[in-house]
Design a protein around this ligand. Structure first.
Ligand code: 2P0
Length: 353
């Protein structure tokens, strides 16, 4: 955009979901480039709503914004945002010509290990792409190129956010298994998905909603000199290839084996880092044990996965919802902070407000 128009006043607003990785991104090469490709499922209920109002800046040439989270200033996040805006100015030069009022709110607890950065950064990136369209050509059209740019900008804010701009299953990272895959932005994977995976539920069991002891950014950093990093990246590629086949064939046993292996491997990488750290809690392990036992006893294909935190995502086909909900109430809620669970499912992606 060579000719920046600075006379506009306007607003962009998006609601964007979180996502849960099935094949985990853990480790980077260079700046916000994943060391291995990942695959996620976009959620429906765990979302961030972001509204960005903009007007011409009083002092063009610098970043100027106010940020409110749930109606209140959030200095820690505002500092991160300033760094983010400075990083993306070369891609969105209008950022130094306008003042922005950013209002954001989550439908779920912040920093509870349910990828709040994914929904937050994707919602913001989508708003910035809409503003770019509004001020450059007075029209808005969310075509394929719009979402590629939004995914690219979201990735710069937070890697996992690149995947949240699409619904369903999404990959991010260059891999020989997916022809149009890229390290810079995510790719939706909605071709040839077996019907059994088209309506997956995700009951997110909130074991603890406290702040994480080690940030994901720090955790990624510890993969740089990790003794098992090289083997892990090969293993992730293999699991990704197997998962793609499974999503086509509809084999729920294979799906469970791959997804649970990825979750445990992610946390094994954390434990084997230097310094090592544990993000699981007693309740996490209790819940995992009961999930395995329930699957064995009933044959119902429940499967767990973990994000970078103690909470457990329980995945299962929608048709088993009644039996699984009874199991959750009977055996799992007792391990959740204040009996808290987020009843989520696969979602269709961000929504323009
Ligand atoms: C993922 N996680 O694939 C993995 C699995 C957590 C566990 O991506 O540094 O917040 O902002 O790019 O995306 C969490 O890390 O890290 C994450 P940054 P991000 O979803």
């Amino acid at each position: 955009m060579s000719d920046i128009k600075t006379e506009k006043i306007g607003r962009a607003a998006w609601q964007s979901p979180s996502n849960i990785a099935l094949i985990k991104y853990w480790g980077k090469k260079g700046f916000q480039i994943p060391a291995n490709a990942s695959v996620s499922m976009t959620l429906s209920e765990a979302t961030t709503q972001t509204i960005v109002d903009y007007r011409p800046a009083n002092e063009p040439g610098q970043i100027s914004f106010d940020f409110l989270f749930d109606g209140k200033p959030n200095p820690a996040f505002a500092t991160k945002l300033k760094g983010y805006f400075e990083t993306i100015v070369p891609e969105l030069p209008f950022l130094t010509h306008y003042h922005f009022e950013i209002h954001s709110s989550n439908s779920f607890p912040h920093s509870a290990g349910i990828a709040s950065s994914a929904s937050a950064m994707s919602a913001l990136a989508l708003c910035l792409c809409s503003i770019e369209q509004q001020i450059s050509n007075d029209m808005e059209a969310e075509d394929a190129a719009f979402f590629v740019k939004a995914s690219h900008l979201a990735r710069i804010g937070s890697g996992s956010a690149a995947r949240s701009v699409y619904g369903g299953f999404v990959s991010w990272g260059k891999t020989p298994s997916i022809t149009d895959s890229a390290d810079e932005y995510a790719t939706p994977l909605n071709k040839e998905i077996h019907p059994v995976f088209q309506h997956l539920k995700d009951s997110i069991l909130i074991i603890s909603k406290g702040e994480k002891k080690v940030s994901s950014r720090a955790g990624h950093g510890l993969m740089v000199r990790h003794p098992y990093a090289k083997a892990r990246y090969i293993h992730a590629e293999k699991n990704l290839e197997l998962l793609l086949q499974t999503l086509k064939t509809g084999n729920l046993n294979d799906f469970t084996a791959i997804v649970e292996n990825e979750a445990l491997t992610l946390h094994a990488m954390m434990m084997a880092s230097n310094p090592g750290f544990l993000l699981t809690e007693t309740g996490t392990l209790q819940v995992i044990g009961r999930i395995s036992q329930f699957r064995l006893n009933t044959g119902i294909p429940v499967c767990f996965t973990l994000d970078a935190g103690p909470n457990v995502h329980l995945l299962y086909p929608e048709k088993d919802e009644i039996a699984v909900n009874a199991f959750i109430e009977r055996e799992l809620l007792v391990f959740c902070e204040n009996d808290r669970m987020i009843d989520d499912k696969m979602g269709i992606g961000p929504k323009k407000l």
